[in-house]
Design a protein around this ligand. Structure first.
Ligand code: ZN
Length: 155
């Protein structure tokens, strides 16, 4: 595929053989954990098994956030981070900060590659149009503009 083509996270997840779950679909999750996870906005997703690859995601997030959430989890897989499971106290997925930073960066690259962002600016696309083109949030376009030094116009 070309760098300017949008890459839906679902397609990558399918290629990786991932099964995606909402919390209530996860086998053997405690009912209390399901309640906590469904009520909370403070988590996005987690890898709960690497073989087979199982990813749980927060079903209450917007479509653009679903894309970045899922790309983030896919980046964990490609960077070979170990699944961390759930914190038994909070019921939320556990995390290691340096892994998270690497993953957030790589997930953004998948959503909007630098060459794709350059292409979009050469097409005179504005920030909101770039967001729609790549299925990303406007915040993600701004983040990619900042880290790639590709200026993006809003108006
Ligand atoms: Zn993460």
């Amino acid at each position: 595929m070309r760098s300017f083509e949008p890459l839906p996270a679902d397609i990558v997840a399918t290629k990786l053989g991932a099964t995606l779950f909402t919390p209530d679909q996860v086998p053997n999750l405690e009912p209390e954990q399901i309640v906590v996870l469904l009520a909370s906005d403070e988590w996005s997703g987690a890898i709960i098994s690497d073989r087979p690859l199982w990813i749980v995601y927060n079903p209450h997030h917007a479509a653009t956030r679903y894309e970045s959430n899922l790309m983030h989890e896919i980046a964990h897989v490609l960077l070979a981070h170990k699944p961390v499971g759930f914190d038994p106290v909070t019921g939320r997925p556990k995390r290691k900060q340096n892994n998270e930073d690497e993953t957030t960066y790589l997930g953004g690259c998948f959503q909007i590659p630098k060459r794709g962002l350059l292409w979009a600016t050469q097409q005179k696309m504005l920030l909101p149009q770039i967001a729609v083109h790549f299925g990303a949030s406007e915040a993600m376009v701004q983040f990619r503009s900042n880290v790639t030094n590709v200026p993006v116009k809003c108006l």
